[in-house]
Design a protein around this ligand. Structure first.
Ligand code: GLV
Ligand code: MG
Length: 279
């Protein structure tokens, strides 16, 4: 997924002019088959409706999603959903064509994350925004989204878990936000493993170098992929041929829960281009 930004990376004086540039970029650059998204400005500004009307209205069907930043309540997602419906009707797009990604990056947004995740059929992804979140919490850090060594543990552990649970409970993709030390790829690899281990689907890349590291962190290894396949086969044989639901797989007892976990590895691995090693 790639997103073009109209929000915090665009200076206020350029906000309106940036809309046209984004529309031109969507129409004229080669995006291949990647999911294409535009981040509009949040509802606490004066720009949201204009961003949606101009960009979604003019970009055509190549635009797949709109990202809404600083979401504070379910009503904000519903408002965007209603506006998108009108813009789609007016511009001849099928209603529901444009999906929504919602960023959770304020204290109020986190408090309301469960309702936010259940607020619209257009919602595809929930995204954590660590920089804004640190600002909203008034954390005494100058860089959001990096480790804070003074804190015993991970200062975002609760936040990561809460967003992940709310997203998964509603069938959404769950994504971690940016790592701002763009030159520190080892630091990125280390920090990204935290959300990967919890179960996140991915993390924002700000540069092509970051994308290489993150693709590696969030994809299963060949060994995990092969083991997941072996487990699925052993489980299938046990349930279908031997009619047993629990069995030994090497030193481990496996059952239906193990199958679900292994299935995820296979799907993610295949998406990352892995193929089963020859045995
Ligand atoms: C991203 O938008 C962030 O605030 O971290
Ligand atoms: Mg932000």
């Amino acid at each position: 997924m790639t997103f073009l930004d109209l929000e915090d990376s665009v200076a206020p004086a350029e906000k309106v002019a940036a809309r046209r540039k984004v529309v031109e970029a969507i129409k004229n650059l080669a995006w291949d088959d990647r999911v294409l998204c535009v981040r509009v400005n949040g509802w606490d500004t004066e720009w949201t409706y204009g961003d949606v009307i101009e960009v979604v209205g003019d970009a055509g069907d190549r635009l797949d999603e709109v990202m809404l930043p600083k979401v504070q309540s379910a009503a904000e997602v519903v408002a965007l959903d209603l506006l998108l419906t009108q813009v789609e009707k007016r511009s001849g797009l099928p209603v529901g064509h444009v999906g929504i990604e919602a960023q959770i990056e304020t204290t109020r947004g986190l408090i309301n994350v469960e309702e936010i995740c259940a607020s619209s059929a257009r919602l595809e992804t929930i995204v954590f925004g660590p920089a804004d979140f640190a600002a909203s919490m008034e954390m005494p850090v100058l860089t959001g989204g990096v480790a804070v060594p003074e804190y015993p543990g991970d200062h975002f552990h609760y936040v990561f878990s809460k967003i992940l649970m709310a997203g998964r409970a509603n069938g959404l993709q769950v994504i971690d936000g940016p790592y701002l030390y763009v030159r520190d790829l080892d630091g990125l690899r280390d920090y990204a493993r935290r959300t990967r281990v919890l179960g996140y689907d991915g993390k924002w890349a700000l540069t092509p170098d970051q994308a290489v590291v993150l693709n590696e962190v969030y994809s299963p290894s060949q060994e995990q992929f092969d083991r997941a396949w072996d487990l699925l086969e052993a489980y299938r044989k046990a349930t279908e041929e031997d009619r047993t639901g629990a069995l030994m797989f090497g030193d481990e007892m496996i059952d239906e829960a193990s199958r679900k976990i292994a299935q995820k590895f296979v799907v993610r691995g295949e998406r990352a281009g892995l193929r089963r090693s020859a045995t």
